[in-house]
Write a protein that binds this ligand. Structure first.
Ligand code: E4P
Length: 216
């Protein structure tokens, strides 16, 4: 499974990149607004730090307006992926983006039929939001399983991007369900490496090693 960071924060993106396992970044209007910086220069900077796909979301709600934004965002860097909302106008814009060879991540997916449609039209990524389904007492992980099955049945190229991951178990379960990508906040990403027995084990190894020669 590829690891994407779900943030527009440059320090977090650099820190994750330095660990050597960062495959891409997803942003959304709420995450960009938190940074208090101009949108386009921020996306350009993120794209220069991360070699993989960087999703940048449009904020229009008509296909024509979305296309204006999509074309502009696609010129910022070769690794920009335009993020479109999964609404009828977004699907229309997706078709036009596919015709113009602009890569698209279809966002705000909450049921399998939406995922089927965006794959048929040619999205590069589909983003089901697990955590937000869990928040309203629906089974977010079941959606990943359903989409995986549908995409495998028809050999769709569209990558399942498990989004709205809230804790390490979501990441592990999404990997078990066959998600192609998991996008997560930095604190979830960082927690993936933590285990108290790892910390205690290392402390003991180092303490025992020191006993060999007290001057070490
Ligand atoms: C994905 O692309 C979204 O930006 C994100 O995963 C949403 O997560 P949230 O539900 O925690 O805001």
């Amino acid at each position: 499974m590829k690891f994407f960071l779900d943030t527009a924060n440059l320090d977090q993106i650099r820190a994750a990149r330095d660990l050597g396992v960062l495959d891409g970044v997803t942003t959304n209007p709420s995450l960009v607004a938190k940074e208090g910086r101009e949108f386009r220069p921020l996306i350009t900077e993120i794209c220069s730090i991360v070699p993989g796909p960087v999703s940048a979301e449009v904020v229009s709600v008509t296909a024509d307006e979305m296309m204006k934004e999509a074309r502009e965002l696609a010129t910022l860097a070769p690794n920009v992926v335009v993020k479109l909302p999964t609404i009828p106008e977004g699907v229309k814009a997706l078709k036009r983006c596919v015709d113009e060879q602009i890569k698209v991540n279809m966002t705000l997916i909450f049921q399998p039929a939406q995922a089927l449609i965006v794959a048929k039209v040619g999205a590069t990524f589909c983003s089901p939001f697990l955590g937000r389904l869990d928040d309203i007492c629906h089974d977010g992980m079941a959606l990943i399983h359903e989409i995986r099955q549908i995409y495998d049945n028809y050999a769709f190229d569209c990558q399942v991007l498990a989004a709205s991951l809230r804790h390490p178990l979501h990441v592990v379960e999404a990997a078990k369900a066959g998600a192609d990508v998991g996008t997560m906040p930095y604190d979830v990403f960082r927690k993936l490496l933590d285990h108290p027995l790892t910390t205690i084990g290392l402390e003991r190894f180092l303490a025992d090693w020191k006993k060999l020669d007290p001057k070490r």
